[in-house]
Design a protein around this ligand. Structure first.
Ligand SMILES: [Zn+2]
Length: 421
């Protein structure tokens, strides 16, 4: 095994690549100082000071990892009331539940084998394994773990750690599969995480991660997926580099549509495991796209700046004409978009969310835009409705139209588009 750069990041500024330790990172774009995107505020907090942190996006010319260079204290990001719940987004539920079936089929896992999900949220992913007869265990630091336990998915409320991995093995035995869906790019203690997974897995067991994919981010200008939780933006090449430092072989990969484009990577425990052709194919695609050079990143940064000017222009013009522009949906990424574009409650008086949302009555960090029940938008029929989950816009807009929304729909990215009907 190669010598291991430190993959456990301390809080604060980092000048080196988070995977290979290269000191010469190339800045791509500076999104300014921003509040952590899921730290929604309650009314009484609006009169209190609010912390912001640098949000700079850089690339490593050595291993091709893109990354931010500041680590916010994890307890400020994943606090116990963390409002994100995977089980209320139907397309995500469907995907998460299918993950188990896919892994069981590919790896021939037997009923009664153990599957563990790290960052298991409300247990939706594990329910897919459980329905197919596997034993399951979730690990989730926030209070959402209670929802999972209530639904019969055994879940430990804790941050995952090496000591916890050892305790789990002592109590439940080794796992055949460990999953980490969409948290693998978020964790500051990545070295400990991977070593903990090594402990959990039996030899040949599979570690399946899903992460937002750098190529999709660049191709569709999703700069709004850059936020403090999201420390790394993986290419396949950078993930192979990462797993090379540990007792794993990246054996398979697939692109999946989640979060505007993700990669699901299968890493088998042990070196020199047989590798599927999909790995070489995707590396070739990354190379052909230009993901290992600086040019596509320069173009990306220019497109980000232009999209900001276009949205600001439309907002100010609407304001001048006495028209209203509101936001629709409040994913974490909305905070980066609206923060970078300096949309405050003057330009965007509220963000509409469905009535089941846990975020109603709270305020977007930084910009202090209130999140309200979407009924208000149907009652008021504003001139413009900006899709903040623009990467999922089609089903959302279809549903809003069905419910009677007449507003012009604004897609802020990859370039500003206005849809009138
Ligand atoms: Zn690097």
């Amino acid at each position: 095994m190669q010598s291991n750069p430190n993959h456990n990041l301390a809080v604060g500024y980092h000048s080196r690549c988070q995977i290979c330790g290269n000191e010469h990172l190339e800045p791509v774009i500076d999104l300014g100082h921003q509040a952590p995107c899921d730290s929604l505020l309650r009314t009484h907090q609006l009169t209190q000071p609010e912390a912001t942190y640098p949000l700079r996006f850089l690339r490593c010319p050595e291993c091709s990892l893109a990354q931010i260079d500041y680590v916010v204290p994890p307890e400020e990001l994943f606090y116990p009331d963390y409002p994100y719940r995977s089980g209320i987004t139907p397309s995500l539920v469907k995907h998460l539940r299918s993950t188990g079936a896919k892994i069981i089929e590919t790896y021939g896992l037997q009923p009664g084998a153990l599957a563990i999900d790290i960052g298991s949220n409300d247990g939706t992913l594990l329910s897919g394994f459980k329905d197919l007869g596997m034993r399951v265990l979730g690990i989730e630091p926030t209070n959402i773990s209670k929802i999972a336990n209530d639904a019969g998915i055994e879940t430990i409320q804790a941050f995952f750690s090496k000591p916890l991995a050892a305790e789990i093995v002592a109590k439940h035995g080794h796992a055949s599969a460990v999953t980490a869906a969409n948290m693998f790019a978020h964790v500051a203690g990545l070295g400990d995480l991977i070593q903990g997974v090594e402990t959990l897995l039996q030899p040949g067991g599979v570690f399946v991660t899903e992460s937002h994919y750098l190529l999709d981010l660049i191709e569709t200008c999703q700069y709004d997926s850059i936020y403090h939780e999201h420390l790394k933006f993986y290419s396949l090449r950078s993930l192979i580099k990462l797993f090379g430092y540990y007792d794993f072989t990246v054996v398979d990969v697939e692109r999946i549509p989640n979060y505007g484009g993700s990669i699901r990577v299968f890493a088998a425990k042990g070196k020199n495991q047989p590798v599927k052709p999909a790995v070489a194919a995707l590396l070739a695609e990354e190379e052909a796209f230009g993901l290992y050079g600086s040019e596509v990143f320069t173009r990306f940064a220019a497109q980000v700046r232009k999209s900001r000017q276009d949205l600001q222009r439309l907002a100010i013009q609407a304001k001048d004409e006495g028209k209203t522009m509101v936001g629709v949906g409040c994913p974490g990424r909305a905070a980066t978009l609206l923060g970078y574009c300096a949309m405050d409650s003057e330009l965007m008086p509220y963000i509409a969310e469905q009535s089941t949302s846990l975020k109603l009555g709270m305020f977007l960090p930084g910009q202090h835009i209130e999140i309200v029940d979407e009924q208000r938008m149907f009652d008021e029929q504003p001139e413009y409705a900006v899709m903040l989950s623009w990467h999922y816009w089609e089903p959302i807009v279809a549903k809003l139209r069905q419910k009677g929304l007449k507003s012009k729909i604004v897609l802020p990215l990859p370039e500003l588009r206005i849809i009138e009907s």
